[in-house]
Design a protein around this ligand. Structure first.
Ligand code: PMP
Ligand code: GLU
Length: 397
């Protein structure tokens, strides 16, 4: 069977692949500690579940408008106004089946052959592949740990060509946890405006921030910047709702109409029941988010402290999200029982085999000198897993 060329350009999501590997080992009774997938270990809060149960009981089980229910759009609009001072109309908002689907729809609506899409590295695994699936070319801009993994506006500007269509910005970032301050966003916005580069601003970790860091949306900097930005967010991370599949975007009406049309011809609408649950999440009290973030903060502290104390490992202090992204490059070339650690993937394989911990290779995020560990797991597992990692690294000679 001859498949379309586009599928030859992509690979399965490495984060999802590692999650599947860890689950398969656990199913065989092997005690694997999973630092692989970025998924809160908390259960969805009860009031959100209750809203979904009530929706089923009330027969809210039919198609909804393709771009989402008015009720959910209003809840999204209220959140964007309260959190970021951003004002949108319902025709500027589209709800999709998770932020990943939102990003994919945007790529479909915006990108075509010949377009270049700028992606600062380290990046979330799906950005380049979604660009490739839509016939455009990802252009990777490397950021440096010395700059806090923040995109340098001069580097951004010099990567722009007549073919540049968009920049995909992710703050706080998966995998680094770096968050952009207003002062760091302003010069980036200036460059984007000067060259008319659309900014796809993935803000899915905007509420998971530490030490008083405040998430700022680049769209909130000026009306001109708002008109050039699509804000992407969702309920997966902040409300522990990964399985419900609700993400959304807010941006200029003509683009959002195109996204709604794509959706009406592809998935029709996100699940009616999940939309009711998302309304309860977005309109509900913030106490459950605050509890989860406080717990993530102590896990982050423990994980970063332990990783930084391991010989040959250094770790950036994340301002948001729930990932540690330590530099392990100085371990490359070492070996154990004939296995040579050649790079991040071989280290990830070694840690799975030897320490029974699942981590994702930095190469998947565009930086082979790192590995990613999610701390969306209990402190207990973090301590046990890092003990095992320390012991496994000590065996490398
Ligand atoms: N963006 C980033 C940076 C992510 O880490 C994720 C995690 N899955 C997503 C988007 C998509 O999330 P979801 O599809 O679950 O809403
Ligand atoms: N975004 C999460 C991660 O990076 C979930 C997996 C995925 O959607 O790729 O692990």
């Amino acid at each position: 069977m001859k498949l379309a060329q586009r599928v030859g350009r992509i690979q399965p999501s490495p984060t999802m692949a590692m999650a599947a590997r860890a689950k398969a080992l656990a199913a065989q009774g092997i005690d694997v500690i999973d630092f692989g997938v970025g998924e809160p270990d908390f259960d969805t809060p009860d009031p959100i579940k209750d809203a979904a149960i009530a929706a089923i009981k009330a027969g809210f089980t039919k198609y909804t408008p393709p771009s989402g229910t008015d009720e959910l759009k209003q809840a999204i609009i209220r959140r964007l106004e309260t959190d970021q001072g951003l004002r949108y109309q319902p025709n500027e908002v589209v709800v999709s089946c998770g932020a990943k689907h939102t990003l994919y729809n945007l790529a479909q609506a915006l990108f075509e052959h010949g377009d270049e899409v700028l992606i600062p590295a380290p990046y979330w695994v799906s950005y380049p592949d979604q660009v490739l699936l839509n016939d455009a070319g990802p252009v990777i801009i490397t950021t440096r740990v010395e700059d806090g993994f923040i995109l340098d506006p001069r580097q951004f500007e010099s990567a722009i060509t007549p073919r540049t269509k968009a920049l995909i910005l992710n703050s706080p970032s998966n995998p680094t946890g770096a968050g952009y301050t207003r002062g760091q966003l302003e010069p980036i916005a200036e460059v984007a405006l000067r060259h008319r580069v659309i900014v796809i601003s993935d803000e899915i970790y905007g509420q998971i921030v530490y030490d008083g860091f405040r998430h700022i949306s680049i769209a909130s900097l000026s009306p001109e910047m708002k008109a050039l930005t699509v804000v992407v967010d969702g309920v997966s991370k902040s409300y522990a709702m990964t399985g419900w599949r609700i993400g959304y975007a807010a941006g200029p009406a003509p683009l959002m109409t195109a996204v709604a049309n794509i959706q009406s011809q592809s998935t029709s609408n996100p699940a009616s029941i999940s939309q009711k649950a998302a309304v309860a999440a977005l309109n509900g009290p913030r106490a459950s988010i605050e509890r989860m973030v406080a717990e993530f903060a102590s896990r982050r502290n423990e994980m970063v402290r332990r990783l930084s104390a391991m010989p040959g490992v250094s770790c950036f202090q994340p301002q948001g999200a729930f990932y540690a992204f330590p530099n392990v490059g100085s371990l490359y070339g070492r070996r154990h029982n004939g296995t040579v650690i050649a790079g991040s993937q071989s280290l990830a394989n070694y840690l799975l085999e030897e320490a029974r911990i699942a981590v994702v290779a930095g190469a998947a995020f565009g930086d082979d000198r790192h590995i990613r560990l999610s701390y969306a797991t209990s402190l207990d597992k973090i301590r046990k897993g890092l003990d095992r990692m320390e012991a496994a690294l000590a065996k490398l000679k």
